[in-house]
Ligand binder design. Structure first.
Ligand code: MG
Ligand code: MG
Length: 264
């Protein structure tokens, strides 16, 4: 069942989203060669609790941390560890979720550790752009396939693989609600989008082939061909008219995007 949110509920999700943005920015600032992913996890959890929110990943189906830290060929669900030291040139996905006053936010980004290769930086930039192209399709009257098609078209135009095994999702009181939001699809197909739908759109893109295997820890998802991956996610709300509000990117204005990033 898809739950539509009213403006009061979306306002709550906006607060949760703004806090999650602050947390992810702080963690991002702490990333440099030599730090451990375990340390980043503690930073995220401390910030979430300091603001009287709850980390939604911790304990979710047994996940042992508040932050997913996925390095290089690991696309999602990497478990942070004090033994995992980040190295110059790695690319790191940070995925975090929290619940504030009963409402969830979920967001992820990928960044280079120190200086990464031009190829890796392009993958990161294209993945972000895939998100915005998908999000742009999240308007009243469109269908989920329009979102997936937009993500897939840009990723594949750049020769990348779209991860099929994992999807975005509805979000609200629960972190994972219906519907599943695929990163591939056909325009005009799938669930119709209604005002008040709140969804996490999260392209997961591999530089090479998209097939994944699971790590022995039962969590980390890694490309079989070991090509590096990028992940970018925001929680957004479908509006009555116009483009969606991106709840985990406070102050974002679609006009800035259209003015600034037409190079991909
Ligand atoms: Mg996430
Ligand atoms: Mg998510």
């Amino acid at each position: 069942m898809i739950t539509l949110k009213n403006p009061v509920q979306i306002a709550k999700m906006r607060e949760a989203g703004a806090l999650l943005y602050e947390v992810l920015q702080a963690v991002k600032q702490a990333v440099r060669p030599g730090v451990t992913t375990g340390g980043l996890n503690r930073l995220a959890e401390d910030l979430i609790r300091k603001h009287h929110a709850t980390p939604s990943f911790l304990g979710y189906e047994g996940f042992p941390a508040s932050l997913c830290t996925s390095v290089n060929d690991c696309v999602v669900h990497g478990i942070p560890s004090d033994r995992q030291v980040l190295r110059e040139g790695d690319i790191l996905s940070l995925d975090c979720g929290l619940v504030l006053d009963g409402w969830q936010a979920d967001s992820a980004l990928t960044i280079p550790v120190g200086e990464a290769s031009a190829e890796a930086l392009k993958l990161i930039a294209v993945t972000e752009r895939c998100f915005f192209e998908g999000a742009r399709a999240a308007v009243k009257g469109n269908r989920l396939g329009d979102i997936g098609h937009a993500v897939q078209t840009l990723a594949e135009a750049n020769g990348y693989g779209v991860i099929r095994d994992l999807t975005g999702h509805g979000i609200g009181r629960e972190m994972h609600e219906e519907p599943a939001v695929f990163n591939f699809g056909l325009p005009g197909h799938g669930q119709r989008l209604y005002p008040g739908m709140t969804i996490a759109v999260e392209p997961m893109i591999a530089m090479g082939d998209w097939h994944l295997s699971q790590d022995d820890d039962g969590w980390g998802m890694r490309t079989v061909d070991h090509s590096v991956c990028s992940h970018y996610e925001h929680t957004l709300a479908v509006g009555e008219d116009g483009l969606p509000e991106i709840l985990t990117l406070p102050g974002f204005d679609w006009k800035e995007l259209d003015d600034g990033t037409d190079t991909l």
